[in-house]
Design a binder for this molecule. Structure first.
Ligand SMILES: O=C(O)CCC(=O)C(=O)O
Ligand SMILES: [Fe+2]
Length: 301
């Protein structure tokens, strides 16, 4: 039997074949069963790419805070202006246009293959950011699901969003790892306060690992007990029918589109023709995308 070649499943065959080629079958099984997985560094990217990304994130963190942040020292939010900062952590938002290395990262085959499978071909970037965290932290794990809820308070079993962190430092319980509640993606609802804390597990992963989870999975984070930074790169995608967290079209330039494959245009939502502003009505927002409207659509699996 030719799995991966069936005429009836033309839309899903390519991603099925890519999963096999990249050896990601067990990670699909982990996410299907438990709601999350850890892909080891050698299946994610070269060490050289990892180091360039980590250096870029640190550089941006230093620029925005005005603090000489170092991996082996505790941090400080300094003068950063961000909607998310506390005594032991701040978030970096809007990284994609800060360094071309992030354009290479968001096209990473391991990430895009798993995102493609779990989002059934219908996704775009919602946020590319980073959590910069150091010693301290709240008592509560802050368990939540990224998918939120629709109007009747339920989440769709197929997931509206898909999220990941590239661990730029080791993740261990003492280093304040992300916490997951295995199997919680099947509940299709948010936890009530404190629910799930007793059965949550730390996701322990060496630096360079990619941790990915279903949009319904309950997760949070453990407090950091050790000195030094816990650093990550968060790559978060949402279904194309949803509004992304970050307005990529506000910052992505035509030049960025021109130097990348068309998958990049899909990722940043440049294939969207909604939001008409003049008498011409529907058209793509970028001139390179001069295909007939709808021709850019990908099939839903
Ligand atoms: O690792 C963490 O601190 C939690 C991350 C998280 O909740 C997220 O990226 O959605
Ligand atoms: Fe989250």
């Amino acid at each position: 039997m030719d799995f991966g070649e069936f005429a009836a499943t033309e839309a899903v065959n390519p991603v099925y074949r890519r999963i096999k080629e990249l050896g990601l079958e067990s990670h699909v099984f982990d996410i299907e069963t438990y709601g999350f997985t850890v892909v080891p560094p050698e299946k994610v990217a070269s060490r050289a790419l990892f180091e360039r990304v980590r250096e870029a994130v640190l550089r941006i963190a230093r620029d925005r805070t005005g603090v000489d942040l170092q991996l082996d020292r505790n941090g400080s939010a300094g003068k950063i202006e961000t909607a998310a900062r506390s005594k032991h952590q701040f978030l970096l938002f809007c990284l994609l246009t800060e360094d071309p290395i992030f354009e290479e990262w968001v096209l990473n085959p391991t990430f895009t293959t798993l995102a493609d499978y779990f989002m059934r071909g219908q996704y775009q970037l919602s946020n590319l950011g980073s959590f910069v965290k150091w010693k301290g932290g709240p008592e509560s794990l802050g368990l939540h699901a990224d998918g939120g809820t629709n109007q009747d308070g339920r989440m769709p079993s197929c997931g509206d969003v898909f999220n990941s962190v590239w661990a730029l430092t080791d993740y261990t319980l003492e280093h304040g790892a992300i916490a997951m509640v295995p199997g919680s993606h099947k509940y299709c609802r948010l936890p009530v306060k404190g629910e799930g804390e007793d059965v949550a597990v730390p996701v322990e992963a060496s630096e360079g690992s990619l941790i990915l989870w279903h949009g319904n999975t309950w997760h949070g984070a453990y407090p950091k007990l050790t000195d030094g930074l816990r650093l990550n790169l968060t790559t978060y995608v949402c279904n194309k029918r949803l509004k992304p967290q970050e307005d990529f079209l506000a910052n992505v330039t035509q030049e960025m589109l021109d130097r990348n494959p068309v998958e990049f245009a899909h990722l940043v939502g440049a294939d969207d023709w909604m939001g008409w502003t003049d008498s011409q009505g529907p058209r793509y927002k970028y001139t390179r995308l001069n295909a007939p409207l709808g021709a850019m659509n990908k099939n839903v699996y």
